[in-house]
Design a protein. Structure first.
Length: 202
């Protein structure tokens, strides 16, 4: 890369590391062959800010400041022939629809995105369209997680809160206000987020 690396995901059962950069590129690396040159997966028209990985489909999802979410096949031994598909909010050219955070289910059929427009968006990758939005934050959304059963979403925001959402009811179930500054990262190994970790600028 020739600029900052903004996100990475581990793919193909640990055999591949995929990186997203402000040089607008998505690249794939072999952690066990450090002398091997990174392979170009694809590119955006602006900084690439976030990645997610679908384990079952061996697919990486990337999003950035060009307001697009792109799906890439990163299966071992399969060359990149361009994105599988691209998702975007057609007709909205506002920079506030940039993509800051991504999460997906293992099947890659649902993608959740966070952006500086303060809204969580949910996408159906098979239909190539937006399913719904989850409004409620009052500042940029920096981190998102999707539960294993796709019924719950966690979002972290520059408004200092973490919110838990019901996908079925399409509303916020809980707001966690333990931080005093922007929430930048979320992590959970629990399938329904009974325990989760958040990191903030505080």
């Amino acid at each position: 890369h020739s600029d900052w690396v903004n996100d990475i995901v581990v793919a193909n059962a640990g055999q591949t590391v995929v990186s997203a950069s402000s040089d607008q590129a998505v690249r794939a690396w072999s952690p066990f062959r450090p002398d091997e040159q990174a392979q170009a997966v694809g590119a955006h028209a602006d900084y690439v800010k976030a990645l997610a990985y679908s384990e079952h489909r061996e697919m990486v999802i990337s999003g950035g400041l060009d307001r697009q979410i792109k799906l890439w096949d990163v299966g071992q031994g399969r060359p990149s022939n361009g994105p599988i598909c691209s998702l975007q909010e057609f007709g909205n050219a506002s920079p506030s629809s940039s993509v800051y955070a991504l999460a997906c289910n293992k099947q890659g059929s649902l993608v959740v995105s966070g952006s500086p427009e303060n809204i969580v968006r949910v996408w159906d990758t098979r239909a190539g369209r937006q399913l719904t939005t989850l409004p409620g934050h009052t500042d940029h959304i920096r981190a998102v997680l999707l539960s294993d059963d796709t019924e719950l979403v966690l979002s972290g925001s520059s408004d200092t809160t973490v919110k838990l959402w019901s996908m079925r009811m399409r509303r916020c179930l809980s707001t966690y206000s333990q931080h005093s500054n922007s929430v930048w990262s979320l992590h959970s190994t629990h399938p329904r987020f009974q325990t989760f970790y958040s990191a903030s600028r505080d």
